[in-house]
Design a protein around this ligand. Structure first.
Ligand SMILES: [Zn+2]
Length: 82
């Protein structure tokens, strides 16, 4: 079985998605992130705090996108909350 997966571009900046193996408290895990986080022009997303024990799960989570709804109602944010 192939260990290579296709990752969608970052939903915030369009840069390539990336994944790295990390060592955490529970052992080896996989963490998806935006490749622009490694450059000077940081992406607003940067590294995610999400990690998964299986690489396939990490890639699937990264590739998940919300359905685009054209007729969306925006929520007004009160200036005192900004
Ligand atoms: Zn990005």
């Amino acid at each position: 079985m192939s260990d290579n997966y296709l990752m969608k571009p970052c939903p915030f900046c369009g840069s390539a998605g990336a994944i790295e193996e990390v060592e955490g408290a529970i052992g080896k895990a996989w963490s998806p992130y935006c490749s622009a986080a490694l450059k000077e022009d940081d992406c607003i997303l940067g590294h995610t705090l999400l990690s998964f024990t299986r690489k396939k799960e990490a890639v699937e989570a990264w590739n998940t996108r919300a359905k685009i709804i054209e007729d969306v109602s925006y929520v007004r944010i009160e200036p005192s909350l900004i």
